[in-house]
Design a protein around this ligand. Sequence first.
Ligand code: ADP
Ligand code: ZN
Ligand code: ZN
Length: 743
Amino acid sequence: MEFVNVIVDISHEKVDRVFQYRIPERLKNSLKVGMQVEIPFGRGNRLTRGYAVGFAQEPDYPPEKIKELFGIVEGSVRAESQLIALAAWMKERYGSTMNHALKTVLPVKQKTRQKQKKKLVRCISLSEGAHLLEHYKSKNFRAKARLLEALLEEEVLDCQKAAGQLKLSAAVIRGLEADGILRVESEQLYRNPFAGHFEKKEQKTVLNEEQRLAVEGIWTDYEKGVRKTYLLHGVTGSGKTEVYMELIARVIGERKQAVVLIPEIALTFQTVRRFHERFGDRVSVMHSRLSEGERYDQFLRAKDGDIDVIIGPRSALFAPFSRIGMIILDEEHESSYKSETVPRYHAREAAVFRGNLCGASVVLGSATPSVESYQHAAEGTYGLYRLTRRVREAVLPLVHIVDLRTELKEGNRSIFSRKLKDAMQKRLQQGQQMMLFLNRRGLSGFVSCRSCGKAIRCPHCDVTLSLHEGGSLKCHYCGYETDMPQVCPVCGSRYISGFRAGTQQIEREVKKLFPRARVLRMDYDTTRTKESYEQILSAFGRREADVLVGTQMIVKGHDFPGVTLVGVLAADLSLHASDYRASERTFQLLTQAVGRAGRGDQAGEAVIQTYVPDHYSIQTAARQDYEAFFHQEMIYRRLLKYPPAAFLLGIYLSGPKDEVLTDCAERMGEMLRGFSTKGLVVIGPAAAALSRKQDQYRKVIYLKHEEEAVLLQVKKKLEEELEKDTVWTKIYIQFDYNPLNAF
Ligand code: ADP
Ligand code: ZN
Ligand code: ZN
């Protein structure tokens, strides 16, 4: 490469200013993205430092105007360099501009003022002071006398406190400072949001056999210099967090740092406390409720090497640590690890990349691992460790699967099966708690038959069709469209419809059936703020209600020992979501939901209501049998070439003018087919799941290929083609690599 692009200031506003330099021959082999470089800058050609963010073969400016790079700054790889290299990788893999990628990985440099603690330090001897005090008193300089008196008692005073208690004006303090009697010292204070809240606990947990095997296995590799990704598959409560903490303690012992990623929703006070109890003030937390100032402080603390462990949601991966030894992703299957804005990166993939960059091991933990990660483990690219037992031996709950088709046949049209109704009654009589759970998520709108349980599916993509206004059924992947049938195409029943019950309706029904039951509801409407979310959960935890009705939010995080019954009202809701991950998501939700029953001393019971009782997601979740689920699911993925059996790239097109967008989408589809790449499947263009949003029309094209490298090449070739024609600037194009949600 002939030219290098350099950013000079990594503060937020300026990353989009990229300066181009010619690379001298002697540096061509050693220069890499992320490196700190020296460049002649500005009119005076002052030697300035910057970072290399990319290369170019052709200059973007007249060549005579381009200066030559001066040199590479030698020395340790700084945190910024790692992050810039990470940004460059994200740009390539997920498709975005370098500017977008940089803004994702580099922190907001806020102009918020640091909270400063000022100290007043006496500069004269006691005897000098005593002498001067007499003088002040004789002159009636009362304020000065008060301050000096205090300084004679204590050599160092807290400025703010002294000013308040002694009623001093700033002029008085400045006066004594000017006379050389005291000096004002300021100390940068980091706003630690948890400072002083926790005691460090000295007592350590003794790990059980399975935990020990995991820790020793991973640590033996680490000490041998092997850096890998590991999957820790362990049911909730099996002690995964203890494993993480032991590994982190060892990493810190090697003078390295650790990053712990947790889905935002699971980032509770309890979690944070456990880490603080173990690691004290060397832990820092990042989450969305921190103020900008607090967040930037955490960034500075991390950069200054003031902390060893950072905990936070996916963005904590961009902590400016330069000595990371271990990266942990708890609940690695959670969809919140995927960014839904450009660059649409997945924190798991980014963690593995960053781990490689800085020589860190990566540990992924989950009770229900993503099919992707388990496939890696099955192939041996990830190490696999299992924790099969809960630490506090609780029996697994008794699970009933209720066939709603039979309920209908026998005349029960209520949303509660007889089994569930009886169980609820019994629990209420015994004063025990229950959770009723509606696994509604994202876009639903599928149509299914209440007699045979079948949902209407796309003949090309084997995902359910979704019902659109005007009564047509559409496929979100390929755009296949058909009219809503009058009777079930499989069994001819007239009972076909979308499922419309919501949490509010369930709450109403519970109150109607059991007027004395105390009911709490938790869904999107009742939890607009993070506080209301915590409030509902803690009220339920204090047993202020008998029944908690909610969406999937209620199955995550908290433990409720009083809950002995979990009812899943319509397992089909997530099963028939119109994307290829529907079965996986259902398995995860049901497994978690079932696991909620019987955390205390009493045995638990779970009732799963469904129209498709034989479906493998439901059967395997009821048995808590991950392996069996995984094998079935992989058959489906292989058959239809969905990830991880193949790789999928979503291309999302949007724009204000329907005709322009349609035209561009058609052209792009033709162009991609015209590449004639062997094995490439081009699906669409089709209307997006949300075909219009905020006055923007939206279309999608999906690409599939069995080889990741080929798919990335196709993306690159497409990006190059898009550069050549201005027609593409009329629309907005985003890439989504292995998408989780429909666009
Ligand atoms: P997970 O992260 O898998 O949900 P945790 O690490 O939170 O599991 O463990 C569940 C509970 O069991 C916690 O209260 C934890 O302190 C406790 N625990 C974990 N491991 C042990 C152990 N070896 N001995 C005693 N208690 C343990
Ligand atoms: Zn039917
Ligand atoms: Zn289709």
